[in-house]
Design a protein around this ligand. Structure first.
Ligand code: NAD
Length: 266
């Protein structure tokens, strides 16, 4: 790859999607493994990951999330995650990571919470469904692991409550029919970072979510170097190439290694 031309003083924003965690064996939303069955009906994740679904079937949606959380807890950070942790140290103040992933693997790999905006939430936390407060609470330890298709026990249901008002708790994720905000999801801070950066590196994202697409569009329009790492083409690859950036048709780990070398990390 041609060496990335990034002014040394400019910030670099890394934007990760489900593709980076595919190498840790966490399914993306695109494959068959994403589907979930409630009764006799099969749901696509984009139908279940909604406020609407939770209001109708709260415990079925919780069961799906707690199964996905189990998959995430059993997964380990892969070389791509570990490289991003090294890049944070290497770039210092110039580094920012904006992730759509809810699996927490970036933090487990060593990226700091301060430099990691989890713009779609974190599956290890819950918050009040009735919004008595905006506090985030760790999912209680007693919940344990849930296997595919397993229903929640009465004991498990009884502890999925907001510790402040004792009402129903919900997973701390951004659902497809909800809007981003600054306080919980760092909406404005992420956009601001995209507007100021010298380079934006997208890794493993299909380009189907709103804030990430705005970030890539803004960075590209302002002349930042946009790089898309994805074995499959998509809107970000097209935007990168149209603006003089790069589409690295690679898996996350190998593509990121090339970017790291381009940024002087050996
Ligand atoms: P997506 O599932 O829509 O697309 C995944 C993308 O990753 C695809 O473009 C695919 O070509 C690419 N990909 C697959 N394997 C890859 C690899 N080894 N290296 C690099 N790229 C690879 O995912 P998305 O666009 O990130 O997001 C949709 C939503 O799904 C997000 O809101 C996210 O929160 C959620 N999600 C999160 C997780 C997670 O936390 N790990 C997993 C699944 C979905």
């Amino acid at each position: 790859m041609q060496k990335l031309r990034i002014a040394n003083s400019k910030p670099v924003v890394f934007l990760t999607g489900a593709g980076i965690s595919a190498e840790s064996h966490i399914p993306t939303f695109r494959g068959e493994e994403g589907y979930w069955t409630v009764g006799s009906k099969h749901y696509h994740p984009t139908e279940l990951a909604t406020r609407q679904a939770f209001s109708e079937l709260p415990m079925d949606v919780w069961a799906w999330y707690l199964f996905r959380r189990t998959v995430c807890r059993r997964a380990e950070p892969n070389p791509g995650h570990l490289l991003l942790a090294r890049l944070e140290k290497h770039l210092g103040e110039r580094f920012l990571l904006v992730t759509q992933n809810v699996d927490g693997l970036h933090l487990r790999a060593g990226n700091s919470l301060e430099k990691t905006y989890q713009v779609h939430g974190n599956i290890d936390f819950m918050r009040c469904w009735k919004e008595c407060c905006t506090d985030l609470f760790p999912i209680p330890l007693e919940i344990g692991d849930l296997e595919r298709g397993e229903a929640l026990s009465e004991e498990q249901k009884a502890i999925l409550v907001c510790p402040k008002c004792q009402g129903l708790a919900r997973p701390h994720v951004l659902w497809f029919d909800e809007c981003y905000d600054e306080q919980i999801f760092r909406f404005h801070s992420s956009l601001k970072a995209a507007m100021k950066c010298g380079a934006l590196i997208s890794i493993g994202s299909s380009g189907s979510t709103n804030l990430p697409t705005q970030m890539v569009t803004q960075a590209s329009a302002r002349g930042a170097v946009v790089v898309d790492i994805n074995p499959e083409g998509g809107p970000y690859a097209r935007m990168a190439q149209a603006g003089g950036g790069f589409w690295l048709r690679e898996k996350a780990g190998t593509g990121l290694q090339k970017v790291a070398e381009g940024l002087g990390l050996t």
